[in-house]
Design a protein around this ligand. Structure first.
Ligand SMILES: *Cc1c(COP(=O)(O)O)cnc(C)c1O
Length: 398
């Protein structure tokens, strides 16, 4: 059934985003500007906690909290029982990854653009259990090579772990095609959707992933300190979380416990209720629109920005891939990325700097130390792209 969607009106969207009058914000891959309903939802709950008490406020918000799980489920096309709310994408991903019962000799397959924290967990797991991590090379477009991945499959492959959209590139990896390979091979598929969620429509059935982690503050425009985990029902029953508490499990006898049957076995009881409500508000806000429409707009704005930056003297745009999203990365000859960030910041223009360590394999393979990352969102305007390009041009002309 088609949901009724709200017509997209840029002026209205910007009016609902208080930060739009303060900054030119191209740091959406770092933390996007929150829309007013998100801010309202978080601050209203803090007010209730202050006036009624923290536990009592949570009780008052019971239905709204139930709705947060439903919102994530709607966002991802899964069941609310397959959703855990976790404080960020890293811990969400970790809770699932460290729950996988690895055996010596198991192989983990991943891509060149894998995010640092995920790769660090692979390395730790290789030391602990004698698993092997193997990196599938990129294809000629710079995305994970599907043929190399297919060729790498054998009975020792335990998991395929992929970063959908890397932190350091406009690249969008072919996550659904990887999902098809994982399904055919009967291998667990762990998808890091931290930079893709909120940019593009996602559906775990289409993606074919068993596990997906995402964050609230990036393209979803939620508050900081929020994240979520999807674990497919059939898989979650086999996963013993690495850490449990009295919410994840019940203490059924002095020497016994029973894990929750749903994905909340990956949660911890104590959490910021205000932030969780803010995450729900951010997802509700995103789901109002035709997501394809927003995704097209993000791609168009990023394309426009790349087109404006490419001819500037000394500027090299580094994005690749068949499909390119809202993350625009570049270097400037003779300039430290951090100097550019600071100079723009003085003009209330926000970008971020990606360090080599954030995606070491990919950055080293391309001989990159640091990058300037200008990440656009649907609420940014064509006028901002132009203003950004002029500001950079002016800066470089010194
Ligand atoms: C930011 C990022 C993460 C980590 O997300 P947190 O919410 O900060 O834990 C993971 N993967 C990718 C690709 C990221 O860009």
């Amino acid at each position: 059934m088609e949901r009724q969607t709200r017509a997209f009106d840029l002026a209205q969207v910007r009016a609902e985003t208080p930060g739009c009058t303060e900054v030119l914000h191209f740091n959406n891959a770092g933390a996007a500007l929150m829309p007013q309903p998100v801010v309202d939802s978080v601050s209203a709950h803090l007010q209730r906690e202050a006036r009624h008490g923290g536990y009592e406020a949570a009780e008052e918000a019971r239905e709204a909290l139930v709705h947060v799980y439903e919102a994530v489920a709607m966002l991802l096309g899964c069941q609310p029982s397959e959703v855990a709310l976790v404080e960020n994408a890293t811990r969400a991903w970790d809770m699932a990854f460290y729950a996988i019962p690895f055996a010596p000799g198991d192989r983990i397959l991943t891509g060149m653009a894998e995010y640092a924290s995920n790769y660090l967990a692979f390395l730790q797991m290789t030391r602990r259990t004698g698993v092997r991590v193997e990196v599938i090379p990129d294809d000629e477009y710079g995305q994970i090579s599907l043929s190399a991945l297919r060729n790498a499959i054998d009975e020792h492959v335990r998991v395929i772990a992929l970063t959908h959209v890397p932190t350091n590139n406009g690249l969008v990896n072919p996550a659904a095609e990887v999902g098809r390979i994982a399904r055919e091979a009967g291998v667990l598929y762990l998808l890091d959707a931290t930079q893709s969620v909120g940019q593009m429509p996602l559906d775990v059935r289409t993606l074919g992933c068993d596990i997906l982690a995402g964050t609230g503050r990036k393209f979803l425009r939620g508050p900081r300190g929020t994240g979520f985990l999807y674990v497919r029902q059939e898989v979650l029953e086999q996963l013993e979380p690495p850490l449990i508490d009295l919410h994840a499990a019940s203490w059924t006898a002095p020497d016994q416990y029973a894990l929750r049957p749903d994905a909340r076995r990956f949660e911890c009881w104590e959490a910021s209720i205000a932030n969780r409500l803010g995450l729900g508000a951010a997802i509700d806000y995103f789901l109002q629109w035709d997501q394809q429409r927003l995704w097209r707009r993000i791609r168009d704005l990023a394309y426009l920005l790349r087109t404006r930056l490419t001819p500037l003297p000394g500027v090299i745009v580094h994005d690749r891939g068949v499909v390119q999203g809202g993350i625009v990365t570049f270097t400037v000859e003779g300039w430290e990325a951090e100097m550019i960030r600071q100079a723009l910041r003085r003009q209330h223009i926000n970008v971020s700097v990606v360090s080599q360590q954030a995606a070491l394999l990919d950055m080293q393979a391309h001989g990159l130390q640091t990058l300037v990352r200008a990440s656009v969102h649907y609420y940014n305007s064509e006028e901002e792209v132009e203003r950004f390009a002029r500001a950079l041009e002016h800066l470089l002309a010194g």
